[in-house]
Design a protein around this ligand. Sequence first.
Ligand code: HEC
Ligand code: HEC
Length: 277
Amino acid sequence: MNISKRVARKILTAAAPLLLASGAQAATAPSYLGQIPGGDVAQIKSIVANTCSACHGAHGNSLMAQYPNLAGQNQSYLIKQLENFHTGARTNQIMQAMVATIPPANFAADVKDLAYYFSQQKLNPKINANATDPKTTLKVLTLGEHIYRSGMPASGIPACMACHEADGMGNGPMAIPRLAGQHEQYVFTQLEQFSDGQRSNDPHSMMRMIASKLTKNQMTAVAFYVQSLNPGLVLGDGPKNYEQMKTRRNQTPLIGVPADQVASKNAKPTPAKTPQL
Ligand code: HEC
Ligand code: HEC
């Protein structure tokens, strides 16, 4: 057994109680597997059930906020990340060990199928329903919304939605990730890692340049905002502040964007006064 396999086994053993806690979810084989076009269904089924589900959930809805949700993420982006962990272009001890457990014989095809599988899963709208962090005030969400939609031109920060789209669903053909409904804790960690260069797999340093200009408060705010952008979240399901945000969003959906452009994904943000935190 090589080193990374040993690390992988150790990590999985540590994650076992979590697997048991999520019980039926991990034990039952995910039901969409038959739809993988031309894929080795049995192989993917076993990789998801035996490895990935321990942390990301059998359907890509992760129960712990430090593990990213994979459900509904763009396939192209997932493929790129798995390849980046494989080559070491993106470093993370846990994930590099996990990717090393994918048999090399059919690596490229398995990665494509795993990414397809997770991209087709539905993000559970209640995944962050218990995210009642007291920091999630409406004021924080409002600052986050402002950064996301209008950027902060004075600090050289572009609107996140220019690339991640107004609804936070990202851009498949460009391998830009969906942020909508992603765990705040994970999003914050990634922004911190881009900011100090620990994560450096972003093409043309685009995320490193942006994140290095954000303060920790601004990172927190925008992370909470994207977590609240869960399209399935209905009033009454989420934390109170998300509900207030959603109500407000329905009334004044975009900051700095004329109301007649709100429905358009290509709505161009216009500078507006930055709210203070
Ligand atoms: C022991 C826990 C664990 C297991 C098991 C695990 N992962 Fe992960 N995964 C993580 C962590 C932690 C991260 C975040 C890494 C970072 O911070 O860079 C992650 C990140 C990812 C990402 C990047 C997501 C993004 O939004 O950028 C993908 C894709 C991924 N995992 C796929 C998988 C697949 C496929 C498997 C099964 C082969 C798997 N993971 C198994 C913990 C795990
Ligand atoms: C110029 C386009 C562009 C802009 C503007 C942009 N991003 Fe990104 N972002 C990307 C790309 C491309 C990636 C994927 C990098 C990679 O390949 O790993 C990314 C990745 C991320 C990730 C990692 C997601 C994950 O699942 O690991 C986060 C978080 C993120 N961006 C947040 C933001 C925030 C917040 C803003 C606004 C302050 C922003 N981005 C603005 C292009 C952009």
